[in-house]
Structure formats: C-alpha cells, structure tokens
Design a protein around this ligand. Structure first.
Ligand SMILES: Cc1ncc(COP(=O)(O)O)c(C=O)c1O
Length: 432
C-alpha cells in the first residue's frame, strides 16, 4: 500500500480504511467490539474459521475417525503440511520447514546441529568456540544456548554484544566464530536486522547462522533461501494467528539436511517421530532423511488444526501487501504519537526508518506499566515490557488506520489526564 501522504485527521484515516484492499480481511477475525488490539505480536487474534475447523477435527476426525485419522485425515502429515504453508512466507522450500514443539526447543535442536556441523572430527576441542548473539535477544534463545553449552561440557561460549557491534565482532572473531544466532526482529524494540548482510558476513568467516523469526513470520517478508540462511525457528502464535501455545516451526537449509543424516550431526533430541521409520520400533535411532528429523514426539493435532487456519489468514492477504500496509500503519502511528501526545517523557525506541523496523512500534515512558494498564482499561490492548516500554504490535490483517487514530487519542487522554498516576508501578508484574 503506497501512501503519498499520511492521513492527518480521523476522517482521512477512515478514508484510508475505505480504500484499503486489506480492510476486508478484518472480517476474518473474531475481535470483541470496543477493543483495538495492538498485541498481535504477542498473541495473534482469533480467526473466525478456527473454531469451526477445530470443532470438525474434534468431532469428526477424533470422535468418529479415532485412531484411523492418523492416516485417514492426514494427521501424520500435518506438521509437514502446515510447515509447507509457512515456508511460503519465509522464502523456504516446502521440504525445509516443519512444525514442531516450541521455538525454544527448536532453537536448542538447530543450535546443537550447527555446533556439530562446525566441529571437525579430528579436533579434541572445537576450534570454533563462540556462539555470537545480541545482548537484547529474547532471553529464551540465550537460555537455551547457555543450557546447551553446559550440557556439552562448556566447550563453547556465548558472546553477547549490542546490535551495532555485531559486524565488527564477527570480523574480529573470524575462525573462532561457530554460529551467529539472532532474532530477526527484536521483541523489545522492533528493530529488524539485515538478514542478507549479516548472513553474508557470518559466512565470510566460515560461521553458520540461526535466525529466530518469532516476530517476522507473517509480519515481514523473509527470504531464507535468498539470504542463504542455514537454520531458522519461529512462533506460530504471534503474527501467524495460531492460538495460544501454537506449535512452532523449524527450518534447515537443504544443504545441511543432506549432511544431518550423518549420526555425528543429527539433532540430539532423538525422539521416535524423528526416526527414519518410526513404526519399525527399532531399538537403534536412525534419523529421518528430511526435515522430519526435527520432530521429536507426537504432534498436537488440535493445535496444528488451529495453526493451519491462522497461517491461511496470512496467505490469503499476501505477505507483500501486509508489509506495505504495516509500513503505512507504523509510520502513521509514530507520527500521530509524536504530534498529538505532547509528552517529553515519551521516547521512540523503535527505528524511525521503516526499512529497519518490523511490524511493531515501541515508546519508552518512565511510567510505562501504569500507562499501559490505563490504556488497556480503555480497550486499547498493547503491552508492557520491562523496564519502561510501551509496546504496540500492529498486525495489518485486522488493524486499520482509524484504529490507530483512536488508539493514539486514548493514549493522549491517558497521559493528559495522568490517570495512570493512581496506579501503582509494578515493573515485575506478569505480562501476557
Ligand atoms: C524472539 C522470541 N523467541 C522465542 C520466543 C518463545 O517462544 P516459545 O515460547 O515458543 O518457546 C519468543 C516469545 O515471545 C520470542 O519473542
């Protein structure tokens, strides 16, 4: 959606919605009346099709089909089938992506593989010792890396730097760098890495790359193949609208899948469904030939049924069109907050350049928690991230221009009335 001029009144926002080709997609979601939902980067909205589809899977496939549905209803293929749909959104081959487990677990699996691939059989200790990541990366990625390092006898180390220092650190580490492990769009700031450039840089020193696409899949166009990325993981419950705790996905490039067949490089969570022939019930583990080797145990069929509907909502709109609208919406949101909320206490945390930003906008405010609580009480649902961030996820499938106008008016009202001062600051309260 190309926009020569950003709307500057509620009426012009309404006019933008009226000509927006994606506006009709909002009807595909069951959003409660009176709510402006700006938290799709945490939990995507409920697609209308989901309840009926899950109901049918429960009643017909489970109720009537019983165990026959593993084959009769294609349950056994569901992780690959839904994975192949996600592959279209992230520039991957349909045999390079599979749905499985959580993002955290998938990260553990691909990191273990990447470290194994980097290790020469002749080495007593790995020459490439360092896993490099960003200090502001989502903590689970860092925890999984730390856990894996401990489990494997501290042969590797996790080095964390600020985003601005990544390139220099890659070059300095050179032959000591094993894996560059980054989240494409930062969960806290919405800042987006240049995947092509960072991957190229890492490859230039012989390192492998792992991309966490939790805040990218369904939000921004990703082309893993064009970037020559090695591994990737991501969430199903954010912009893919798969529902709370939806299965995650994992990507491994063809060139690595071929090598991972070798026992020395197999992913270490050797569950029976990742076996080459699970129903042979062989006592010895032989990894499956393809991406299936990243599965561990029995997939959650009901959760996959919901994720399937969620991914369909994104495919129906088209990721390029979604990105164009997302850029227009995030630009508008920043402009409106900065011009209408005359608060010197508000500071834009997300990149100002849309090309470096995902589909969320964050502002810092010293009283971010009570401000967000007051906003939520008015039906504008964003979220708070410690210590001081107001986070607004802007999912263009179901957020419109007038929504943003109204959300900013609510924010202005909250800040002007200082209603939030009545709420006690609770920086460590649980957030959803
Ligand atoms: C960047 C990132 N990675 C991983 C996760 C966690 O994923 P999971 O709960 O599926 O392990 C999140 C959750 O918000 C996230 O933002």
């Amino acid at each position: 959606m190309m926009m020569s001029r950003l709307p500057d009144s509620r009426a012009s926002c309404v006019a933008c919605d009226a000509t927006d080709a994606l506006a009709a997609h909002r009807a595909a979601f069951a959003l409660p009346p009176g709510v402006i939902y700006l938290d799709g980067n945490s939990l995507g909205a409920l697609p209308r099709a989901t309840a009926a589809h899950v109901h049918a899977v429960v009643e017909r496939e489970w109720g009537d089909g019983l165990i026959r549905s593993w084959n009769g209803a294609g349950w056994i293929d569901a992780p690959r089938r839904v994975g192949a749909k996600i592959a279209q959104l992230i520039g991957a081959g349909d045999d390079e992506v599979i749905c499985a487990d959580s993002t955290s677990l998938n990260l553990f699996k691909v990191l273990a593989c990447a470290l194994r691939l980097q290790r020469s059989a002749a080495d007593a200790a790995p020459a490439r010792r360092v896993i490099l990541s960003e200090r502001g990366n989502f903590p689970t990625d860092l925890y999984m890396a730390q856990g894996l390092i401990e489990l494997t006898g501290a042969q590797h180390e996790l080095q964390l730097v600020d985003a601005v220092d990544l390139v220099a650190t890659i070059d300095t580490l050179g032959p000591r760098l094993a894996v560059l492990m980054l989240t494409h769009v930062n969960f806290q700031t919405g800042a987006m890495h240049d995947m092509d450039a960072q991957t190229r840089r890492a490859h230039a020193v012989g390192a492998l790359t792992i991309w966490d696409l939790a805040h990218s899949a369904g939000a921004v166009p990703v082309n893993l193949r064009a970037a020559a990325a090695d591994f990737a993981v991501g969430c199903g419950y954010k912009y893919l609208n798969g529902g709370p705790g939806a299965p995650a996905f994992v990507f491994a490039a063809h060139r690595h899948l071929a090598r991972l067949r070798d026992d020395r490089f197999a992913q270490p969570l050797a569950g029976w469904l990742g076996h080459r022939a699970p129903f042979d019930f062989d006592a010895a583990y032989t990894p499956a030939a393809g991406i299936e080797r990243f599965t561990v145990g029995t997939p959650s069929i009901l959760a996959l049924a919901a994720l399937d509907c969620g991914v369909d909502t994104v495919l129906a709109a088209g990721i390029e069109a979604l990105r164009a609208k997302s850029v227009a919406l995030t630009e508008l949101f920043i402009r409106l907050v900065e011009t209408r909320c005359l608060q010197e206490t508000l500071r834009l945390v997300s990149p100002r350049d849309a090309a470096q930003r995902g589909s969320q906008v964050c502002f810092a405010h010293p009283q971010a928690w009570p401000v967000m609580q007051a906003l939520i009480a008015r039906g504008v649902i964003g979220d708070f991230r410690a210590p001081d961030i107001l986070r607004f996820g802007i999912a263009p499938l179901y957020v419109g221009f007038a929504d943003l106008w109204d959300a900013v008016e609510a924010l202005r009202d909250v800040l002007d009335s200082e209603i939030w001062r009545a709420l006690q600051f609770q920086p460590r309260q649980a957030v959803t």
